[in-house]
Design a protein around this ligand. Sequence first.
Ligand code: FCB
Length: 441
Amino acid sequence: MSDSTDRLPVFPRDFLWGVSTSAHQIEGAVEVRGPSVWDVFTAEPGNVRDGSTAVVACDHVARYQEDVALLRDLGVDAYRFSVSWPRVQSPGGLDFYERLVDELCEQGIRPVPTLFHWDLPVGLDWLERDTASRFAEYAATVVERLGDRVTKWITLNEPAEHTLLGHALGTHAPGKKLLFDALPVAHHQLLGHGLAAQALRAAGVRDIGIANSHGPTWPASTDPADVEAAEFYDVILNRLFSDPLILGEYPEGIAELMPGDVSADLKVISEDTLDWYGINYYQPTKVGAPGGPDDGSTEFSGVTLPPGLPFSVREIEGFPVTDFGWPVVPEALTELLVGFRDRYGDRLPPLAITENGCAYEGIDDQERIAYLDGHLRAVHAALEAGVDLRGYFVWSLMDNFEWAEGYTKRFGLVHVDYETQTRTPKASYRWLRDALRTHRA
Ligand code: FCB
């Protein structure tokens, strides 16, 4: 465990340091926006671990100035937040983002909005192709208002998780349990990315990224059945999203499973749509052949997987785990980044880590310091290996509504008392602030 920053390696001068949040998880102020699929999902008993909702969350819409002051004192260059599509649909909804962006600019912090972080307006459905076009119209509306002050944009957050958890397994909104019939959701989000990128380009944007979740997949053994199962998992969770964006093609066997002929869409998805590629990294996954210890149905991120899948997720032993039970494996981040470079070579745009963080209780959060210390070293090792990596964003600025886990998991550098809305910087906040100062010296 490290509590000093002087031994952290030195990062390039222009490396972009930031923290991330998302609208639904922090904003509150539901009375001045339309409903999203997450409002419907949380209202249904049993869907959220502690039965909570994000009606108030961190009350960020009312307290954004205090939160921007925390960002300023932390010393980050950039703040990744998301714009709530249902808020933008409501009269005056964009005003809040104008105020937020103005405040950030005034405090010298670069705004980096994500246009979609899972809070789809009620009435829209990613199973429908038309949602991709609606997303592009919405992107055009937002860039028209904010494009004079915002230059760096992210289209989607984690289309893989939104497909898997929201539409295949049903543990996130909109709660659909379609298994492999959820694949069109992946395609339509990717198409939405491409069309939204066109809208941003038309408004003159030259700095477009995406934030995708990725992690190395480790076969449970060298047994060919385990290796094959791990490859399948890697295709479904990693390459299904990165290959079309970076190479303009789906992994072998996937295009046939998508709705209709997708060849023209693949051009829209990949041609001039990315200036950089954002990776959200939390953990590696160990995967083996189906029929693991529990008769084929195993746990994945707290979710019980249904039987009958062509793989099983196995426990990774020998590493510390977070309060989420996720193994802490910093070296897997280096492996992931180097693996991206090796796989995509010259086709790979510059990378950034758009999320990385951990759930731990407590304000004296030494585990989070150790986590960040380890992962920053892992990022640096990738830089030394020649990976073109331009930035790193911690998830998250403050504790917030952690989706199906409600308020039971705390990912913040800043503690939030949900009764009083008091913000208290944790030990990790001070550690990161000191680390950033050292690196600017
Ligand atoms: C990511 C999500 C983010 C947060 C972290 C812990 O998958 O993008 O909103 O929930 O996990």
